[in-house]
Write a protein that binds this ligand. Structure first.
Ligand code: ARG
Length: 458
């Protein structure tokens, strides 16, 4: 039976009921709804709605229900209750009879549903942080193994300057660190409890809402009841965090798909995260990475959908707000699955160090070195840049790398070039010169790894 039968003389059309009900997705809030209900029953004692004994009976029954839903959450789906709030109340009444009907005094599903979702978000953030940490750790471990794995770095997808695979891993480590920090920031802002805001104007029972908030592990109670029941900023923030996180993961995936291509042949992905073609026996496809890249669209779609759903809603609660949950559940499930998958891909990745190094030597990625060499010999940088451009054109015509040009051939472009030029054109010299903070030099990369390990207490 619905919670609101009294005013109605006709049953809901089954098609409307199906359209309106939210149990098929908000059953995931069962634990939070029960925990919130226990706290609410305690608050009702403070305003003399429930006696101590009555509260104890309710708490006992709610705890039994909690254990049952922890053991088998999907049992809830067998019910035709409208939503999780109705389901919990129905079950409570089945257990304790009429006493269960007192629990909803002074409370509305409007403050209840947003409280449940906030409690869920807090748990979910903790879980997401753990999964992000796992990927950050995997990136650091991979970086540690590949400090001397030289590969080309790109701009415009053109070979630009040599880097190491370690430096590449640490770039993603930085992004993931920001993703984690963003979640911590969101957690601070959402940590205020809406329970006791009633339907929209506040509860008519003069309780200590900050105390109620503390019982539920929130830092305080919300300030304004109209805002409290209609605020979904935390949903938008989490969807935004997920979208940015997925953008990072999709770039990670795209880089590795390119590195794994037959053309690059820099990495080999494990059989554990690839699949074959039904037609072409030779194929081993980077499906895990392609799905990560593809699912970014779905998460960004959830953010866009939620922004548009909430736009222009009048105060306070409107049923449109029920749409918050599916967007959020789907986006955060997807994000956490992709984070785990990214770590799995990285754990088993094999680098073809020779192909990487060979590719780093090609494409004149040491041309900047030659320009810096000329600058060190007194040539202004702009002029040096021009000279090296001409040297590159000449080298391309001769199908030679810069270091393969003879001193005579080099001197045609600038008389200041000497024998000492060859040592600065080597890959190791290119790397070690980039020793300012954040650069690719072996010492910088090493200290970045040490710092990351400290941050992760590894
Ligand atoms: N299922 C609803 C939701 O998720 C609960 C609140 C319903 N409130 C109401 N007045 N109909 O938003």
């Amino acid at each position: 039976m619905a919670l609101w039968g009294g005013r109605f003389s006709q049953a809901a059309d089954q098609r409307f009921k199906h359209f309106n009900d939210s149990l098929c997705f908000d059953y995931r809030l069962a634990e939070q709804d029960i925990i919130g209900s226990i706290a609410w029953s305690k608050a009702l004692v403070t305003v003399n709605v429930l006696s101590h004994d009555e509260q104890q009976k309710l708490e006992h029954a709610l705890n039994e229900l909690l254990i049952a839903v922890q053991q088998d959450p999907k049992q809830i789906l067998l019910s035709d209750a409208e939503d999780i709030h109705s389901w919990v109340e129905q079950k409570l009444i089945e257990k304790v009879g009429d006493l269960g009907k007192k629990l909803h005094t002074g409370r509305s599903r409007n403050d209840q549903s947003t409280t449940d979702l906030k409690l869920w978000c807090k748990d979910e953030i903790t879980q997401l942080i753990n999964i992000i940490r796992h990927l950050r750790q995997t990136l650091v471990i991979t970086a540690e193994h590949h400090q001397d794995s030289i590969m080309p770095g790109y701009t415009h997808l053109q070979r630009a300057q040599p880097i190491t695979f370690a430096h590449w891993c640490l770039a993603y480590y930085e992004m993931l660190t920001r993703d984690e920090n963003r979640l911590q920031d969101t957690l601070k802002r959402l940590d205020v409890c809406p329970l006791g805001s009633g339907a929209l104007a506040g509860t008519a029972y003069p309780m200590d809402r900050d105390l109620l908030a503390n019982w539920l592990d929130f830092s305080s109670a919300t300030n304004n009841s109209l805002d409290a029941v209609s605020d979904r900023d935390h949903v938008l923030e989490l969807l935004n965090n997920a979208s940015i996180g997925m953008i990072h993961l999709s770039r990670f995936a795209e880089d590795l798909i390119i590195f794994n291509s037959g053309e690059a042949n820099f990495v080999e992905l494990s059989d554990r995260v690839t699949s074959g073609s039904s037609l072409m026996p030779q194929k081993k496809n980077p499906d895990a990475l392609e799905l990560i890249r593809g699912k970014a669209g779905r998460v960004i779609g959830a953010l866009t959908g939620a922004l548009i759903t909430f736009k222009g809603l009048p105060l306070a609660y409107n049923k449109d707000l029920q749409e918050d949950k599916e967007h959020l559940f789907d986006a955060l499930d997807t994000w956490s699955e992709c984070l785990a998958m990214a770590a799995l891909v990285l754990e088993d990745i094999k680098l073809n160090k020779d192909s990487c190094q060979e590719a780093a030597k090609q494409g004149y990625s040491n041309a900047t070195e030659l320009a810096d060499y000329l600058v060190a010999k007194g040539v202004p940088f702009r002029e040096a840049h021009h000279i090296v451009g001409e040297v590159v054109v000449n080298a391309i015509a001769k199908q030679k790398a810069l270091e393969e040009l003879t001193l005579e051939e080099l001197k045609v472009f600038s008389s200041v070039i000497d024998d000492d030029v060859y040592s600065i054109l080597s890959l190791t010299s290119c790397l070690s010169k980039r020793s300012a903070k954040g650069g690719v030099s072996p010492e910088q990369v090493k200290s970045a790894i040490i710092k990351a390990k400290q941050q992760l207490s590894m």
